[in-house]
Design a binder for this molecule. Sequence first.
Ligand SMILES: NC(=O)c1ccc[n+]([C@@H]2O[C@H](COP(=O)([O-])OP(=O)(O)OC[C@H]3O[C@@H](n4cnc5c(N)ncnc54)[C@H](O)[C@@H]3O)[C@@H](O)[C@H]2O)c1
Length: 281
Amino acid sequence: MVREGLPGEVASVSLVANHSVLLIGSGSGLGRGVARGFVQAGAQVTIFDVSAEKVEDAREEFGDILAVQGDCSKVSDLVACRDKIIERHGKLDAVVCFQGIWDGNVPLKDIALDRIDELFRELFDVNVKGSLLAARVFHDLLQESRGALVLTSSNAAYAADGGGAFYSATKGAIKALTHQLAFEFSPYVRVNCVAPTAIGKSELRGPTALGLEGQKQSDIPKDTLLRAYRELSLIADFPEAEDYAWPYMFLASHSNKVMTGQTILADQGSLNRNFITPRSN
Ligand SMILES: NC(=O)c1ccc[n+]([C@@H]2O[C@H](COP(=O)([O-])OP(=O)(O)OC[C@H]3O[C@@H](n4cnc5c(N)ncnc54)[C@H](O)[C@@H]3O)[C@@H](O)[C@H]2O)c1
């Protein structure tokens, strides 16, 4: 029901209809699930992912959408994607960065000294440089549309044991980057961030630098993870990627006129409690 006195647009809750949105790292997991929300809400979605296989799979699922294979840590791939978006949609209203890799949760003291340079470069290239480059390459289009940039951090930026030192550092960097870019891109481009916690069907992979590229975060036995998660979470259900669509769509939407420089901690309340009283259910 629509209350009198609210702006007319609120009546037809379609946050991103006709928005041209680029979803970076949307071949699987979080980005793929959120892409379903954007498509259902009538956005003109561009999928971008480093995996050709995942890009093809997304094309099969979504049909006639722009789906681009590329590496977001390479300027040339992002520029090529920008050209395709201009050709196909003529505008860009939002860029959302989901891309990421994990560090395998390996404790720093267990990482051989001769692996550190490569591991640092690998994690920061994808998780941080990819977002920085996307911000730079798409800034002018976003300024033209008075659009939005939305980044992805993690609960690992807030609390220990969401990943190892390298992954957590990249996710803290994304949160800091959100503050800085919101300042630099104002007043035309809003820059915000979502920090998710757990994601069903994630394919987040480990680092090549440690020979863990074949391992996924989701390989952690589900029962153990679920038990630990349910002990902490104030909302018992383990979230699916699609459950995160709403915060991302709001931040990507022209309807957001009130937030910039913020990170939404979407953690199901898991960091909102201390440890005296065990959960009763
Ligand atoms: N899985 C979790 O529990 C969790 C929790 C909090 C935050 N996150 C964050 O959510 C985001 C999505 O992770 P996910 O769990 O869905 O994993 P995922 O591996 O399923 O999704 C990440 C996608 O990014 C793509 N990608 C990787 N490197 C790329 C590059 N250089 N250029 C373009 N695309 C690239 C991958 O191919 C993949 O499709 C990541 O930023 C991750 O850090 C995940």
